[in-house]
Ligand binder design. Structure first.
Ligand SMILES: NC(=O)c1ccc[n+]([C@@H]2O[C@H](COP(=O)([O-])OP(=O)(O)OC[C@H]3O[C@@H](n4cnc5c(N)ncnc54)[C@H](OP(=O)(O)O)[C@@H]3O)[C@@H](O)[C@H]2O)c1
Length: 326
């Protein structure tokens, strides 16, 4: 496949390594500053660079959007309206209203759109789901998962700035929420969240309790001011599964009493290759969405995060644009 990448921040290094590693080409890169994007293009041996998404998208098979969360919606809609398939970084957008607009644009233009929630494609999860289906731990009753790191407080940076929809929930809280959705295969019936907010009112640390069908529970957390365990546990009546570094997992353990079994599934490259292969597969089968990260998954996750934000009182300037907020 031939790709356009939109944005040239930290995460694009992973995408380029994985895409090139499976034989795809990066043919163009878009940025809001011609000089900066041209330096990046030269350094990464990318033929075309500039500001104009549509000009740069000529002749590509798809675009990968990796700008700050607040820029995803406009960028994706511009491309989708012109029939360019889009793989867009997580979270797909900032709020449900924006995700609905993006999904509508994909539907109206008959064009592929997928959130780059790469965890859902990792092969180790096939094994984990197989363990659960075989009843190795009994019915899952509790998911205990958190993802957090201690980032310096830089009020202007993407992580902390309310103008860029900063905070831990949208950046990393989406991973434990995704894990609970992947395992329980439904949306929570009850949610309760508490947070520590930054001086500018974004969530530095969130603690969430969720209740799913049959009273299954999840105890989830995210932080940008604390290093959290970053592991996940799925506990059932007859055993439990441990997933170290669950968002980028390459191994998992299942324990039943004193017996413990390990499964290893090292990435072929860096873990991004699985979602890139999925885009390739979907486009060759003319699918508009992937069953692994369907539009419904992205809509559910965003609705959930809107709900959690309303409980902890995090409202971004973008929520107010032409609307009453979340
Ligand atoms: N899948 C993953 O594991 C993973 C990991 C990290 C991040 N992400 C996601 O990827 C996206 C980008 O994250 P990142 O860490 O790569 O960000 P970053 O390093 O801050 O880079 C952001 C990029 O967007 C450009 N940009 C365009 N409009 C901007 C604006 N209004 N303000 C600031 N920058 C703007 C910046 O370029 P200029 O400033 O030169 O214009 C830069 O190229 C986020 O949505 C994040 O959630 C995913």
């Amino acid at each position: 496949m031939r790709w356009l990448i939109v944005g040239h921040g930290k995460i694009t290094a992973n995408f380029i390594e994985a895409a090139r590693g499976i034989g795809h080409e990066i043919v163009a890169v878009a940025g809001r500053n011609v000089e900066r994007v041209s330096i990046y293009a030269n350094k990464n041996e990318i033929e075309k660079s500039g500001e104009d998404l549509l000009l740069l998208s000529e002749g590509v098979d798809a675009a990968y959007i990796a700008t700050p969360h607040t820029e995803h919606c406009n960028g994706a809609i511009t491309l989708l309206d012109n029939g360019v398939p889009v793989l867009c970084e997580k979270p797909l957008a900032v709020n449900l209203r924006q995700v609905e607009q993006m999904v509508n644009a994909a539907k109206e233009s008959n064009t592929f759109l997928m959130e780059a929630m790469w965890t859902r494609h990792l092969p180790i999860y096939e094994e984990i789901i197989d363990w659960i289906k075989k009843g190795l731990i009994g019915e899952p009753k509790l998911i205990d998962a958190s993802l957090g790191f201690n980032a310096p407080y830089e009020p202007e940076s993407r992580l902390w700035n309310p103008q860029l929809a900063g905070g831990s929930l949208l950046d990393v809280g989406i991973y434990p929420l995704t894990l609970a959705h992947l395992i329980y295969e439904n949306n929570p019936e009850n949610i309760s969240a508490l947070a520590e907010l930054s001086p500018d009112g974004v969530d530095a640390h969130v603690s969430m309790s969720l209740q799913y069908q049959n009273s299954a529970l999840a105890k989830l957390g995210s932080a940008i001011n604390l290093s959290l365990p970053n592991s996940a546990f799925i506990l059932g009546e007859s055993g439990f599964i441990e997933i170290p570094d669950f968002w980028c997992a390459q191994k998992a353990f299942v324990s039943q009493g004193s017996a413990k079994r390990e499964s290893l599934s090292p990435h072929d490259i860096n873990g991004f290759e699985y979602q890139i292969r999925e885009v390739d597969r979907c486009l060759s089968e003319r699918l508009m969405q992937s069953p692994k990260v369907s539009w419904e998954c992205s809509l559910s996750m965003m609705q959930l995060m809107d709900n959690i934000r309303s409980q902890i009182g995090v409202i971004y300037p973008v929520d107010r644009e032409g609307h009453d907020g979340v």
